[in-house]
Design a protein around this ligand. Sequence first.
Ligand code: ATP
Ligand code: MG
Length: 488
Amino acid sequence: MQTLRASKCGLSTAQLPSSILDVLDALTKAGYEAYIVGGGVRDLMLGLNPKDFDAVTNATPSQVKEVFGRRCRIIGRRFELAHVYAGRELIEVATFRAPPKKAVTSAAGMILRDNNWGTIEQDFARRDFSINALYYQPRKGIVLDFCNAVDDIKHRNLRLLGDPTLRFEEDPVRMLRTLRFAAKLNFNIDPKILKIFTPEMTQLLRDVSPHRLYDESQKLFTMGHLNKVLPMLIEFGIWRQLFADIKPDINSFIERAAKNTDQRITIGKTINPAFFYAVLLWQPFLERCDFYLSKGVVAAEARAQAGLDVLKRQATRTIIPRFAETFIREVWEMQTRLLQPKPQQIEALSGHARFRAGFDFLLLREKAGDSSTLGMGQWWDAYQLMSTDEKERAIAQYNRLRAKSRRKTAQEPVDVAPATHAADMQIEPLVNEPEPRSRRARKAKQYEENRAQLTATANGSGIGADHPILKRKRVQRDLSQVIFGPTQ
Ligand code: ATP
Ligand code: MG
């Protein structure tokens, strides 16, 4: 073990936010050891801006809770740790870990629980990469290096601690972390890791919970080097494990969206990580829409069903949270609305909560060479910069073109209201609420629906059997229909 002077490693307390110093100081005052560990130390030493600072201590999570009281929450089952709120920030405080006991390992060697407390010497060996195992105590001005991590930082070497095969088997997510750090830090992956990165090894990701894989996928999407890591996901066989039905092919739309995401992160703009899922799943969504259309399902329903199906299939790999799923379906639905808006709804659409994301998506498609957007990406782009008068003229012109093209295709006549009423128009919801996930919530929903139906019939307002809505062809969704691509 080497004890290095922090100043020699280019570290000083001035680089640290008060939140992490407060947490370390409170633990030290209570008689515990406390260090900054992981990405915070690594990134500072590389001259990067750390995303966050993680702390590690010899206090158990319940002892950390005693120190911080209501500012602390103990979280995690597989990997228990304390969340401490310091001002507006949240600091993760982990406890030194010893190797896990045999009983908590799966048949494939995966660690199911890693909550065996230990010493700092045992803790460093439990960490994934050498560069993530530096312990920094800013008040003492020291960095503890147990594994020549500083050399690896100097030589930009990404090295797993211990036997790589064993470490991947213990936690297959480390494969994703390998690609993430290699792309983000521009490090060389240790040849020992490259040697074992086989399809058999990546298969192990099947045993990881789809919730955890979703979290990891979000980290990949938001690290600012998405464009670099995407080809690596294909090259190392991870893509197929993460995405159920997305072809391992980075088409120009995906590439443009990835670059755009990275650029936004570089300039400090916010991004919605679900947006990139909407991009990735767009092609499977269109194919699924075609499937329903070919079965004679009406377009709106085909889109709704296709959206649900595609997300359901993806949930077998990464479980996208409900709110994010709704966001994705709304972005897709916006594509239809933005492509052929009713003139009287144009102004209201441009103020819709999902307009920005839908428009960005449309413009990316257009710029990636998707001619089916009919130039509407640019149209909306220009529209947003117009004065009220210009907007009215643009809508009137759009209206004329629309009527003309409708006459040409000999469809039903245009039913447009004057453009001046545009702002007052209400837009119907973009997507209906999807099926609740838990059995309890589904039961409650069913109960509400039955009640509503009963009330409607009692009021004499039930829909008759000859009502056109009942003549629409409906599809019964079952799982066999949902399987529409290779499961591999
Ligand atoms: P980031 O910049 O993404 O925050 P990080 O290295 O800090 O990178 P975290 O996920 O915040 O990554 O984890 C903090 C530290 O915990 C890591 O640096 C590493 O030491 C340890 N760690 C995290 N995940 C694992 C894992 N799956 N296996 C072993 N150690 C891990
Ligand atoms: Mg971190």
